[in-house]
Design a protein around this ligand. Structure first.
Ligand SMILES: C[S@@+](CC[C@H](N)C(=O)[O-])C[C@H]1O[C@@H](n2cnc3c(N)ncnc32)[C@H](O)[C@@H]1O
Length: 277
């Protein structure tokens, strides 16, 4: 049964689980690639979007080898990773055991062999406060179906965080590298006409995300630009110049909620809740 909006049964209150005060601050991970750290902060932003500071039931749909899931579990959240790759789930199990979040601690990670097409069969009685769908709808045959699959597992008041690659950024990158024909082809293709076999992972523009979420009965709450500058700045600049990472990070945070920059950012993060009316 769903709990009322913003609540979950059996939760405990405890220390800060938002990651804000946890040892994952930007400057404490100086050797981690900038892109990777921005994507982790997108996960923390998704946690913050729930408006909660206690242990969440999180579904990482298409969570792969569980890099994000294990980090979330170490913050105290109960994370289910659903993924169609048995190899990814085996790596996830190893990672979770190494981190001590395989069920024996407050935070935990559980792997489920499932995908967006059969999620309901595998998680028929489960409800989640937060569903992460990060870097997945680029790969599925039917993005609209994938979004609809999330709805039955969202708890009342639960949040979906959808992260995708931005098609306009790909057009820009191809043109900047001199691949003008590739840029024109990408410009002429929509998410609906995209061919996964010949064009690789699908890319989206903001209007397409709005339409996908509305069609699934979800109301968009936040539209965030991810990797506005960091996909364009050479890593040598960031890694060599003292303080450059921190200044780049500050720039990314300043522009992430502005629509001008989600027009060209490498990634897009939309958060949404069930539209109850
Ligand atoms: C690029 S990885 C993203 C992994 C992770 N979410 C992240 O952000 O790093 C894409 C993942 O989606 C999974 N996947 C592919 N098709 C899927 C589907 N129909 N339903 C759920 N997961 C799927 C793949 O197995 C893979 O683990």
């Amino acid at each position: 049964m769903r709990g009322p909006a913003g609540t979950a049964r059996g939760r405990r209150r405890g220390p800060d689980l938002t990651g804000v005060g946890a040892p994952v601050l930007w400057h404490s991970v100086a050797m981690r690639p900038v892109r990777q750290e921005i994507m982790w902060h997108a996960v923390l932003d998704a946690v913050a979007a729930t408006g909660r500071d206690d242990a969440l039931r999180v579904l990482d749909l298409g969570g792969g080898t569980g890099g994000d899931a294990v980090r979330l579990a170490t913050l105290g959240h109960r994370v289910t990773v659903a993924d169609p790759s048995p190899d990814a789930l085996a790596s996830l199990a190893r990672r979770a055991a190494e981190a001590g979040v395989d069920g024996s601690s407050d935070g935990s990670v559980t792997g489920v062999l499932a995908d967006t097409s059969d999620l309901a069969e595998h998680l028929s009685d489960a409800f989640f406060d937060l569903v992460l769908l990060h870097g997945v709808v680029e790969h599925v045959d039917d993005p609209a179906q994938a979004l609809r699959a999330v709805v039955p597992v969202l708890a009342g008041g639960g949040v979906l965080s959808l992260v995708v690659a931005n098609r306009s950024a790909a057009v820009l990158a191809r043109a900047l590298s001199g691949d003008f024909d590739g840029a024109a082809t990408t410009l002429d293709t929509t998410a609906a006409t995209w061919d996964l076999r010949t064009q690789g992972p699908r890319r989206f523009v903001p209007d397409e995300l709005d339409a996908l979420l509305a069609d699934a009965g979800l109301r968009v709450e936040q539209r965030l630009a991810l990797r506005v500058f960091s996909d364009l700045v050479p890593s040598a600049v960031v890694d060599v110049e003292p303080g450059a990472r921190e200044r780049l990070w500050a720039l990314e945070r300043r522009v992430r909620a502005t629509s001008e920059f989600s027009g060209i950012s490498g990634g897009l993060q939309w958060t949404a809740r069930l539209d109850l009316g």
